[in-house]
Design a protein around this ligand. Structure first.
Ligand SMILES: [Fe+2]
Length: 385
């Protein structure tokens, strides 16, 4: 996040004496990314953040390919993914490659008896249904319908839900997730033509410091394995921090659409980027206003990227028979486009209420068995008249 933020108490000068009330020292931790070149924050703990008591069981949670080489367009009925009590158990990866995992989750319960850290990947959690609070060792972020939660790798967190009815789209990225470079100036500030700016971001608040010793389970995801570590102090023992590396939220409803006289290409919807994929937000907007404009997209050959569209709400202009929580996958190598009738029907329309999240990956995606279990199986022939 190219925006300086601080919470709690920190010393005037970094790497200097910073005492607790009893005269002993706080424990400073540099939390950086990309070695020492990326964004970082400086944290001040009550206890050493290194006090591992035990290393327990390890569970393989890496995705397994049911279809390794996919050339079919697919339609996955996302809400058919089974709800589970536990947040981590509920996360079902449906599509993946060596850069990214795309998963669906319907967790029923808050995370209360352990803490979680993803050491492999940045997580981008899109909240389709549910409200609650993301609790981290850097503060808390309240979330609701339409929020993206960006949790950089390594952040220790718990997630609290207000009810049992939750639906999430969870993307894990092995390279850092940033806002698009072209929307930022050389200092990192979002420019005037950006569809969102710093004011729209939900930064961590309410830093709660727990001064507790005992046994605290931290589940750490590393190399696709979930390791269970027991720490001797509460992971949320930070009294203050400052810097640029922290989780934040952004509501899709705050994305200001860019429109034109004729059809604008997908990059105008771009919200996040990485080395290996982009994330776009399709939001309610006015349609193209040239008198002869065709608002529905033209057929396109994304010859070198797989396109994943997650349908959130509203009518999707170029698709037939699409429901909430559905995912369409249009694989690289073959063109796709509007369904029969939708191209013509879009002419003269003035606006759309569609709401969707798109993930375009530069490498082909593989499908898991969970994806096949919710695949409609006939979508690839849906352009036939
Ligand atoms: Fe497309």
């Amino acid at each position: 996040m190219p925006l300086y933020h601080k919470l709690g108490k920190i010393p005037h000068k970094r790497h200097t004496v910073f005492k607790k009330a009893d005269g002993s020292l706080h424990y400073e931790q540099l939390f950086g990314t990309i070695g020492f070149d990326g964004m970082s924050s400086l944290l001040y703990h009550l206890h050493r953040p290194t006090m591992v008591k035990q290393v327990g069981a390890t569970k393989d949670v890496s995705p397994k390919a049911a279809v390794e080489h996919n050339i079919k367009s697919r339609l996955l009925k996302g809400f058919q993914v089974q709800a589970e009590d536990d947040f981590l158990d509920s996360r079902k990866i449906v599509l993946f490659n060596s850069d990214v995992n795309v998963g669906l989750a319907a967790p029923r319960k808050s995370m209360t008896d352990y803490f979680y850290k993803n050491a492999d990947a940045d997580e981008l959690v899109f909240v389709h249904k549910g409200t609650g609070t993301l609790k981290t060792f850097l503060g808390e972020i309240d979330f609701g319908y339409g929020d993206y939660l960006l949790i950089p790798r390594g952040m220790i967190y718990q997630i609290e839900f207000d009810s049992e009815d939750n639906r999430l789209l969870v993307t894990e990225s092995y390279s850092p997730i940033y806002t698009p470079k072209r929307y930022r100036n050389w200092f990192g500030q979002h420019l005037e033509h950006s569809p969102f700016c710093e004011r729209d971001f939900k930064l961590p608040q309410n830093l709660r410091t727990h001064d507790e010793k005992g046994e605290f389970v931290l589940k750490v995801k590393k190399q696709g394995q979930l390791h269970e570590l027991v720490y001797a102090s509460h992971p949320f023992d930070v009294v203050g921090w400052d810097g640029y590396n922290y989780p934040y939220g952004f509501s899709i409803h705050d994305f200001e659409p860019i429109t034109g006289r004729v059809h604008q290409p997908p990059p105008v919807h771009q919200t996040f980027e990485t080395n290996a994929f982009v994330v776009c937000s399709f939001v309610p907007r006015m349609y193209d206003y040239h008198p002869k404009a065709i608002p529905a997209p033209y057929n396109h050959s994304n010859i070198d990227s797989d396109e994943v569209l997650y349908y959130v709400d509203g009518d999707f202009m170029s698709r037939n028979n699409i429901d909430q929580g559905y995912i369409s996958l249009h694989p690289a190598g073959i063109p796709h486009g509007p369904h029969p009738g939708t191209y013509e029907a879009s002419i003269g329309k003035t606006k759309t209420e569609e709401l969707a999240v798109m993930i375009d990956t530069f490498k082909p995606l593989q499908l898991t068995q969970t994806a096949l279990d919710i695949d409609d199986g006939k979508y690839y022939q849906s352009w036939l008249e």
